[in-house]
Design a protein around this ligand. Structure first.
Ligand SMILES: Cc1ncc(COP(=O)(O)O)c(C=O)c1O
Length: 490
């Protein structure tokens, strides 16, 4: 049989965008025959042209999205040591529970007596978080850590205003998370930077010089973005309290300390936690998450409404009666599905289990740091990291020209999600690694080997790293351009 000249393959159908696969008249679904009268859409509501939706068969549609999902990388497919993000494995049981109809198919406007189960769950989550953080009450409304920060700042503001004090600024240590100064602005205050000392910790002497009668408070990320625990934490809280300010604990890194110590016991007045970092609810792409905020007893009047209360008879209800409240920070009750997952995680572990989680998170980070520090030195070698560590590729860059970004891109070829790079800003060629407690020793060793291989390649064939990633559907992206010139389409 003569097959003729070979035809150059265009790639399998469906390898482009869903629009490339579109052909007029193809359909992925069939509608049931209409059993209601046809009514013409009034002219003022009609578009000039029908929306240009892709026209594809069901099979093309399934193949397209399955292919895209296979190009994606997530915690369920591989190691994801993205520092500051706690990309840990989320137990699937939490997903099953959140999908139960009693949680997933209720409406936020249902009368309290018809949603007693979910109200009880929210009540219990609040108590559990207060227990873990050492706070008196908490709001579960904020849908993310950054919103929790803003909520805490508004509570701080409400407190100072109620006491008739004119406070103007909030102190932010240099190694704070980037959202902290932004939240301070949203809270109506000016952010003042507190420098770090040679070990990456708050310079307490400098703090003393900055705290005064205009200080509304201090916002402390602890462990800080270098992964370091503030050793002089009680001096820090005392110094701000003496100036009449409040102390806010950014507890997004709580999985380094929970079960071992509590912000409330360290003297903090306000704390937020990121359930999506600490209590194994999935996150990424900006949410959905939950950033509950706990406060000390004297700040409870300012918490958002409604609050879940339990009557003497044991019934749960939403209480809107709080005249000093800062109001709502989210529609309805926050991201309830996320809070259900957090409850499952809290209940599964219990107090001892949470402590074991922190211990393992810290152990894993320190083990991995020990494996890689000869090649990628720790940015602050005299301080012991907690749940994450920051290495630097500055020496490698000086010797080979290869930068932290090149190493990150090469890691993709070697089968790993890159660590965070160029954050925190205070470290040159920063590589911020957070392995989390859910990874095995073998995974940590495999990642350390991959880093070692990338460093060897940097010395022997740097071009390979400049071109990386070589194995991905899209090669190296211009990230600065992507961030500066957003092309947002729907
Ligand atoms: C220390 C710290 N604070 C605040 C945030 C902000 O949380 P979110 O991204 O949920 O707004 C993060 C996020 O990872 C964080 O690591």
């Amino acid at each position: 049989m003569n097959l003729g000249a070979p035809v150059r393959s265009q790639g399998p159908p469906g390898a482009g965008t869903i629009r490339d696969a579109s052909r007029p008249g193809r359909r992925a679904s069939t509608s049931a025959p209409s059993d209601v009268p046809t009514v013409a859409i009034p002219a003022e509501h009609r578009r000039e042209r029908a929306p240009r939706l892709p026209e594809v068969s069901e099979l093309d549609l399934v193949r397209h999205y399955t292919r895209l999902s296979q190009q994606n990388y997530g915690v369920d497919t591989g190691f994801y040591p993205l520092g500051s993000c706690s990309m840990k494995y989320n137990p699937k049981i939490a997903e099953s529970v959140a999908a139960l109809p009693g949680f997933a198919r209720i409406h936020p406007l249902q009368p309290d007596e018809t949603v007693q189960g979910v109200l009880e769950l929210l009540w219990r989550v609040e108590r559990a978080l207060c227990e873990v953080t050492g706070m008196a009450r908490a709001t579960l409304q904020p849908p993310a850590g950054a919103c929790g920060e803003m909520t805490g700042l508004l509570i701080m503001r409400a407190f100072h205003e109620a006491s008739g004090q004119e406070r103007r600024n909030v102190l932010i240590p240099e190694a704070a998370h980037g959202t902290n100064p932004a939240s301070v602005r949203l809270g109506g205050y000016e952010a003042i930077t507190v420098p770090a000392d040679a070990r990456g910790l708050v310079d307490v002497g400098a703090l003393r010089g900055l705290a005064n009668q205009y200080t509304a408070g201090l916002m402390l990320t602890n462990p800080n973005t270098l992964g370091l625990f503030e050793e002089r934490i009680e001096d820090i809280t005392a110094c701000v309290h003496e100036a009449g300010g409040l102390v806010y604990y950014d507890g997004a890194n709580l999985n380094a300390i929970m079960g071992r110590t509590r912000p409330g016991d360290m003297g903090f007045d306000i704390v937020h936690v990121n359930t999506h970092k600490t209590f194994a609810t999935p996150h990424g792409g900006g949410g959905p998450g939950a950033g509950p905020v706990g406060v000390a007893e004297y700040l409870t009047p300012y918490l958002p409404v409604p609050r879940v209360e339990r009557d003497r008879g044991g019934a749960f209800r939403l209480d809107h009666d709080a005249p000093s409240s800062i109001g709502r920070v989210h529609g309805f009750h926050g991201n309830v599905g996320v809070l259900v997952r957090a409850y499952v995680y809290l209940s599964l572990h219990g107090g001892d289990g949470l402590e074991a989680v922190s211990n393992l998170a810290v152990l894993n980070a320190n083990y991995l740091a020990a494996l890689v520090r000869a090649t990628f030195p720790l940015a602050f070698p005299d301080s012991r990291p907690m749940h994450e560590f920051v290495s630097t590729a500055a020496e490698l860059k000086a010797a080979t020209g290869v930068r932290a970004m090149d190493i990150a891109k090469r890691l993709i070829d070697l089968g790993y999600h890159p660590s965070t790079v160029y954050f925190p800003l205070v470290v040159e060629e920063a590589m911020m690694v957070e392995p989390t407690e859910t990874e095995t020793r073998e995974t940590l060793e495999g990642f350390a080997e991959a880093l070692g291989q990338a460093a060897t390649e940097a010395a022997e064939s740097p071009g390979l790293l400049y071109d990386a990633p070589l194995t991905t559907p899209v090669r190296r992206l211009d990230e600065a351009l992507a961030a500066r010139r957003l092309v947002l389409r729907w």
